[in-house]
Design a protein around this ligand. Sequence first.
Ligand SMILES: NC(=O)c1ccc[n+]([C@@H]2O[C@H](COP(=O)([O-])OP(=O)(O)OC[C@H]3O[C@@H](n4cnc5c(N)ncnc54)[C@H](OP(=O)(O)O)[C@@H]3O)[C@@H](O)[C@H]2O)c1
Length: 300
Amino acid sequence: MRFARRLLWGGLLGGGAYWFVRYLQPKHSTLVLNEKVVLITGASSGIGRALAFAFARRAARVVLVARNEERLETVRREIEPYTTDALVVPADITDDAQCQAVVDRTLEAFGRIDVLVNNAGLALGGPLQDQDADRMHQMLELNLWAAIRLTQLVLPHMLEHHHGYILNVGSSLGRVAAPVVAPYVASKYGLSGFSDALRRELAGTGVHVTLVQPSWTHTDMLNPDVEDVVERYGFQIDHPDAVAERAVLELVQGENEVILGGALVRLGVLTERYAPLLVRLYWRLRMTSEWVAAMGKMGQ
Ligand SMILES: NC(=O)c1ccc[n+]([C@@H]2O[C@H](COP(=O)([O-])OP(=O)(O)OC[C@H]3O[C@@H](n4cnc5c(N)ncnc54)[C@H](OP(=O)(O)O)[C@@H]3O)[C@@H](O)[C@H]2O)c1
């Protein structure tokens, strides 16, 4: 009994001290976005499109990257009232030569890259044995490899100027291992690890890494059937504009990482970190045939 009480107090004091030190930690950034050059991947729809609006509203110069040129042009026209400095660069960023071309064209046009937003992504779901190998490979290349490669290409320029910001768009599934989306979870855990390690590697160089982890968001990535089940499971579905606004705010404030979504998601992330057994129990009870069927519809 005495031991349990000591353990409880020790935990509370330790936890309190941890949060206090985190609170006092200096924030890395005094980023002002006016006139800054922001390269956004996956800017033709969903969160990427909303990010283009959020940066443009702050008078940044934006470079819009995705494969579909027509949709990118539509976004460019939509953000014109806020910024006329918008460049459309159609590219498949899983192709190395096209990644290099994106960076070259941006430097040619603006002479600098202040912020790289690695947002383009694809989600697939379903039992692993049923998933298509080529599409899984494509997803891992886009969600993880393309983000690493683009960052690598942009980094020399940022390091030379001792200034730069990498904003990685991950997912709360990059901190909670939900079942029936295992390869997607792998790609997002990979992006979390990449962001954590790179942030440490770049400490003191003037280049900062912010990881934003959205939860379920109302975009083309989710079809109505998936949204329906996700809501019935008690998860909140966010609007892409809310996600984008929060991401830009956290970037400007110099946060290292932000978890979005409702209370259930944030509780899930905390529990996964400190009591993973409880998350295992949760999924033993909640991995119903309804969930399996809904996740199987992801990416269709
Ligand atoms: N929606 C959610 O519930 C949710 C939750 C957590 C995290 N996220 C993350 O948020 C990010 C954005 O997703 P979203 O929900 O906004 O999805 P979305 O609306 O489907 O947008 C995906 C974007 O990626 C682009 N893209 C796909 N393949 C590409 C390629 N090979 N090269 C270049 N661009 C490519 C697409 O444009 P093109 O087709 O024109 O190339 C599109 O602009 C992703 O990283 C996703 O994992 C989403």
